[in-house]
Write a protein that binds this ligand. Structure first.
Ligand SMILES: *[C@@H]1O[C@H](CO)[C@@H](O)[C@H](O)[C@H]1NC(C)=O
Ligand SMILES: *[C@@H]1O[C@H](CO)[C@@H](O)[C@H](O)[C@H]1NC(C)=O
Ligand SMILES: *[C@@H]1O[C@H](CO)[C@@H](O)[C@H](O)[C@H]1NC(C)=O
Ligand SMILES: *[C@@H]1O[C@H](CO)[C@@H](O)[C@H](O)[C@H]1NC(C)=O
Length: 226
């Protein structure tokens, strides 16, 4: 991971902002924000995603979309998403409609993880070079939001809505993660020729019995080259 000095400075700024945020939010409509210049938001509806869920249960028993909130849940005893898969149980919104191989792409959404959900991946940038399957995994372990199984990006993630922006620059082989508008991580890409965003719950080692995440205002954007 490349932590340059401007990143450290921004990190410090974000730390200050998080202390001052309650005051600032009252006083000013101001704060650091995600660079959105040049990004064009793309249509997002059921035509652009499908739900991966345990193969032997109907979708409505693991996913709901009510009042604009996508809720995904899964149990540690559930089956994989296909009869032939050897992977752990998952209920994920797989955004296959924006399957990309080049350019700069952004996933934005508000996420929520209820207390108790643990050892689970809640968001992925799917696709990488073997032996990796993913460019990014955001996981919840011991109540913290992590890049894979570390480092910690947000120490106490339970029971609150957070804004997530993930920007993947394929040619630069970089991925950036912003939480509530603050840059929390800049990591290297992991190769691959085909990528797609996913969010939901995908069980990992030492998973809790019940896993759930909620998502709203999901938006996929793409940077237009001048
Ligand atoms: C989704 O949006 C696209 C583009 O706006 C539109 O053509 C399509 O009919 C929509 N599909 C659904 C299921 O609403
Ligand atoms: C969660 O906490 C346990 C016990 O403190 C520790 O062994 C484990 O490594 C932690 N998991 C992660 C991913 O940090
Ligand atoms: C993208 O679509 C191609 C063709 O359907 C498929 O082979 C590939 O697995 C997809 N990639 C992702 C990351 O979903
Ligand atoms: C396993 O997960 C539980 C929470 O579900 C946590 O308390 C425990 O520390 C974790 N153990 C390890 C080794 O990560």
């Amino acid at each position: 991971m490349a932590y340059d000095s401007s990143f450290q400075l921004l990190g410090f700024f974000c730390l200050m902002i998080s202390f001052l945020q309650p005051i600032l939010l009252q006083a000013l409509a101001w704060g650091p924000d995600v660079p959105t210049q040049g990004f064009v938001s793309l249509p997002f509806n059921r035509s652009y995603y499908h739900i991966q869920k345990p193969y032997d249960v109907p979708e409505e028993q693991r996913y709901s979309f009510v009042d604009g909130i996508h809720k995904c849940w899964v149990y540690s005893t559930d089956k994989p998403h296909t009869t032939t898969s050897q992977t752990m149980p998952r209920t994920e919104i797989a955004i296959q409609g924006y399957n990309y191989s080049s350019g700069v792409w952004e996933f934005e959404a508000y996420g929520y993880v209820p207390y108790g959900t643990s050892s689970v991946c809640i968001m992925q940038v799917f696709g990488a070079s073997a032996p990796h399957a993913t460019t990014l995994m955001l996981g919840v372990y011991n109540g913290s939001l992590m890049y894979y199984t570390g480092p910690v990006l947000v120490p106490n993630i339970y029971d609150k809505w957070f804004k997530l922006n993930v920007i993947h620059d394929v040619e630069a082989a970089k991925v950036k993660v912003y939480i509530d508008g603050c840059l929390k991580l800049e990591a290297d890409g992991r190769g691959g020729t085909s990528h797609a965003f996913k969010c939901g719950v995908y069980a990992q080692h030492n998973d809790s019995f019940y896993m759930e995440s909620r998502w709203k205002h999901i938006q996929v954007s793409r940077k237009c080259r001048p």
